[in-house]
Design a protein around this ligand. Structure first.
Ligand SMILES: Nc1ncnc2c1ncn2[C@@H]1O[C@H](COP(=O)(O)OP(=O)(O)OP(=O)(O)O)[C@@H](O)[C@H]1O
Ligand SMILES: [Mg+2]
Length: 327
């Protein structure tokens, strides 16, 4: 018998999730998409899964939505196993590459989703109008979905995720296919949902979206979690770096000063240098002694992009894509 969801349990709890897909004509090769992933998302958080193509983001989300069974490990939503249909009703889901019934109009499709999520006839009409308005599809609601553009399909799929007033949203690449205005609207919608208490898990490889939205995030590479924490925690754990603009010396002269540099880039007759904070005064002294000038020196802004690139480099995955393949 299905247990009721517990209101105090974390919206998402997963331990040791692994997934191995069998591939090839004889299913004799395996792809390791996830390798021992732990995940905990607290109530009211916006949690991001950031990772390159093939990192295992969609596999994680599919396990949470009970669309894929993990090879090992367990996953719970609101304290109940992901197999509990009653608990999944609390979740609005936007899949990767949504393919809604294309002979329905946008309004018919979202009405169907609202009906399935348990809205009463009385509530349905008003709620459907509300969410179609929120995703700016009000004027296209009577058009069949097969006539929609890619961005419009993404919007109608988000509307179906929102219509049942879910306690949690699970969104796979929510800004995929959207133009810059659409991306901004999607971000605003996600923030508005968080403000009304909805927990949000989303995955992306678009770093600015993750930086703008997330309270916490996990970086996945090759099916493993290689970083986890709040955006602030993760950025402040980066080694402090200074950025300097050097004039009067060529890039090779700056590189030859005997100070270890993180990077040195020629730019309009100047050299833009990144150096560890601990070495910055020594570099300054050496530049002056060599007859150069430093016309700007400031702490480099730590970016999630840098963190992401560092995590990829450490995992040796900077160039390869996808899970580990065994034959
Ligand atoms: N149904 C499947 N059968 C076989 N292999 C699969 C299947 N689904 C995913 N994979 C493999 O598992 C790995 C992880 O895929 P997943 O879709 O979870 O990655 P992702 O992080 O969502 O990537 P993307 O950013 O490209 O969407 C990849 O190597 C992929 O090829
Ligand atoms: Mg994916």
């Amino acid at each position: 018998m299905t247990q009721p969801a517990s209101p105090d349990a974390p919206p998402i709890q997963a331990q040791g999730l692994s997934k191995t897909y069998k591939v090839g004509f004889w299913f004799n090769r395996t792809v390791r998409a996830l390798q021992g992933l732990d995940l905990e998302v607290g109530a009211g958080q916006i949690y991001g899964l950031l990772g390159p193509n093939g990192a295992g983001k969609s596999t994680t989300i599919k396990i949470l939505m009970n669309l894929v069974r993990p090879t090992h490990g367990s996953a719970h939503l609101f304290g109940q196993p992901v197999t509990s249909a009653a608990t999944r009703r609390l979740v609005g889901f936007l899949p990767e590459n949504p393919s809604p019934y294309e002979y329905l109009t946008g309004r018919e499709f979202v009405t169907l989703a609202g009906h399935l999520s348990g809205l009463t006839r009385h509530e349905l009409d008003q709620r459907v109008t509300e969410v179609l308005g929120a995703v700016e599809l009000g004027s296209a609601e009577k058009l069949q979905i097969r006539r929609y553009s890619k961005g419009m399909v993404q919007r109608v799929a988000l509307a179906q995720a929102l219509v049942g007033k879910p306690k949690m949203l699970i969104l796979d690449e929510p800004t995929s296919g959207l133009d810059p205005v659409g991306r901004r609207q999607m971000r605003d919608l996600i923030l508005a949902e968080r403000d009304r208490g909805t927990t949000v898990l989303f995955c992306s490889h678009i770093i600015p979206d993750v930086e703008a939205l997330c309270d916490r995030l996990a970086v996945l590479v090759g099916g493993r979690r290689v970083r986890e924490g709040s955006v602030q925690e993760l950025l402040s754990a980066q080694v402090p770096t200074m950025e300097m603009v050097v004039e009067g010396l060529k890039v090779d002269q700056v590189k030859g000063l005997g100070v270890a540099l993180e990077s040195a880039l020629a730019l309009d007759g100047r050299v833009l240098v990144q150096v560890a904070d601990a070495d910055s005064q020594r570099l300054l002294g050496s530049v002056l002694t060599a007859g150069g000038r430093v016309n700007r020196m400031q702490p480099a802004r730590f970016s999630l992009e840098q963190l992401f690139m560092d995590a990829l480099k450490e995992s040796g995955r900077a160039t390869s894509v996808g899970g580990e393949i065994n034959t």
